[in-house]
Design a protein around this ligand. Structure first.
Ligand code: ZN
Length: 532
């Protein structure tokens, strides 16, 4: 009896959690009827009580007629009122994480609405930021408050009332961040100024002039030193601003010189840094890192990896192109963020140290591939609970494999650059990326995507020696592959072999050894089995 009761409560907890995820992931009419244009957020942060209070003034345009809209906010946080711009109270009711607002009349397509949602409460504390997110209430070595926020997996609606779905973003954002006097508040975009609002609180006003996804809306508070630099890039001068703990300033000045190289490499491969008008920032955080747009969270303690670069600077900045500029419309398509960014690390190594080092780097990633669940997830359920890291490592290898399959680096580099520019500042789906690459490569890659994005089996290349009356030959074929799956195998610069499920052969000519096939594992996500 006791056991079944525990089981029952466990199951009901799971169903509540799933219901909450589904509700957040699902796009009903009350969410699709409006398009968010602007947020003006005012939030005061109180470290002693670990609480926040403030408001979000939401401006939106109707794309379909409606008299009700849904925004999102966790039940744990309180909404004190929702008011129209003219001061009229709006009625609302809450259902799970949804806040359903009655507008009192039909709003027509094209009509603009502006309303203010006031909120307060103790937001969720991160269990393990950035993976299990929330607010991070920490102290620096001198005992000053040092506060961060990371909410990619939980959604911004754990602290901010907003339309919390990846398929809509405000086109711009004002953040009025109130922090205790003596500390500084840093958020996305550019600093417009600060105002003292009481004896104990100062408000920092930040403005983002580009579209921004919700989980990127960032709060950083600390005893920061400000370091300025400039990068001269593809669109002219880009301001670099670093906010680091005051006692780390001299270390940071030296360490962050790498930013210049990183930006140069990524602009080379993916096109101009996507947010020149908002600048580029690194902000020291009490957690490892996060791609917060134009305000990257940096918590890697000024460490280089064994390839001689700072992983967090390179990885999180890569996300400025893939995640922040080009955003997946649903977390199910999140491989677009992580695969390209994880692959961008290898490109960084290739550009700075050469292809052999890049292959070593990729081989390190390869060890972490599981391939038990497809990279492409299920849409409309707010999928964040993945059981492995395949959207990173397998995704990176899918791109590496594709490059070698295409077998022409100038086409491949055009594809990467083309994706960076074609989908700049856009919200897209997996099919947008795959269709683009299909067209640009001129290849039928549908079996390739089916194999690597939607499937879990890794192709096996079987290679064996044979002998006929007249000659010795090598025979090869692929198993565990989708119908019509085919790879162009680059055995040497001048020898490309077709491989599919049909056995093929090549006469031994003295220049070729059966063991040459083994090194294909460093170019393609395949297993090579040599039968002697
Ligand atoms: Zn990432």
């Amino acid at each position: 009896m006791k056991n079944s009761l525990i089981l029952f409560s466990f199951l009901s907890l799971i169903s509540i959690l799933k219901a909450d995820d589904k509700q957040l992931g699902k796009l009903g009419k009350q969410r699709t009827c409006f398009d968010v244009k602007h947020y003006s957020i005012a939030v005061n942060v109180h470290p002693v009580s670990k609480s926040i209070n403030g408001s979000n003034t939401i401006q939106a345009v109707f794309v379909e007629e409606s008299r009700m809209i849904q925004i999102d906010y966790v039940q744990k946080m309180k909404i004190s009122e929702i008011k129209l711009q003219n001061g009229h109270d709006l009625k609302y009711y809450r259902k799970g994480r949804a806040v359903l607002i009655e507008l009192g009349r039909n709003y027509k397509k094209g009509e603009v609405i502006k309303f203010k949602v006031s909120f307060m409460g103790q937001p969720e504390v991160a269990k393990k930021a950035p993976w299990q997110g929330g607010f991070v209430w920490s102290k620096d070595k001198d005992g000053n408050d040092w506060i961060g926020l990371a909410c990619e997996s939980k959604g911004a609606s754990i602290w901010l009332p907003c339309k919390d779905h990846w398929n809509d973003e405000p086109d711009s954002l004002d953040m009025h961040l109130g922090v205790p006097k003596g500390l500084m508040g840093v958020s996305n975009g550019r600093l417009m100024g600060n105002t003292s609002i009481s004896d104990s609180m100062v408000v920092y006003h930040w403005r983002t002039s580009n579209t921004i996804n919700h989980y990127n809306i960032s709060i950083n508070i600390g005893k920061y030193a400000h370091i300025k630099d400039v990068y001269n890039g593809k669109e002219g001068a880009l301001s670099l601003d670093y906010y680091v703990l005051a006692y780390n300033a001299s270390k940071a000045i030296k360490h962050f010189r790498e930013t210049d190289t990183m930006l140069r490499v990524f602009e080379h491969f993916f096109g101009p840094y996507p947010f020149y008008s908002d600048g580029y920032k690194l902000v020291e955080t009490p957690y490892w890192g996060m791609e917060h747009q134009s305000c990257i969270a940096y918590g890697n303690n000024y460490k280089f990896n064994k390839f001689g670069f700072d992983f967090i600077i390179v990885h999180e900045s890569g996300h400025e192109w893939f995640a922040n500029s080009i955003t997946a419309s649903d977390p199910a398509d999140m491989w677009i963020h992580e695969s390209f960014t994880t692959y961008s690390e290898a490109l960084f190594v290739e550009y700075t140290q050469g292809i052999d080092s890049a292959i070593s780097y990729l081989n390190m990633q390869r060890k972490l591939i599981v391939s038990k669940y497809p990279i492409q997830g299920t849409r409309n359920i707010d999928l964040h609970h993945r059981k492995d890291n395949d959207i990173y490592y397998k995704g990176s290898w899918v791109l590496h494999t594709l490059r070698n399959h295409i077998g022409n680096d100038s086409i491949w580099m055009d594809i990467l650059y083309g994706i960076g520019s074609t989908f700049r500042h856009k919200i897209i789906r997996t099919e947008d990326v795959t269709n683009y690459i299909n067209k640009a490569s001129g290849l039928n890659l549908e079996p390739f995507w089916k194999q690597y994005l939607y499937g879990t089996k890794l192709p096996v290349l079987h290679v064996k020696m044979g002998k006929s009356v007249s000659e010795s030959y090598i025979e090869w074929y692929l198993s565990k592959v989708e119908t019509n799956f085919q790879l162009n195998l680059k055995l040497s610069p001048d020898r490309i072999l077709q491989a599919d499920s049909k056995p093929r052969r090549l006469a031994l000519d003295g220049k070729l050894s059966i063991f040459d096939f083994k090194r294909l594992e460093s170019l393609y996500l395949i297993k090579v089995e040599i039968e002697l």
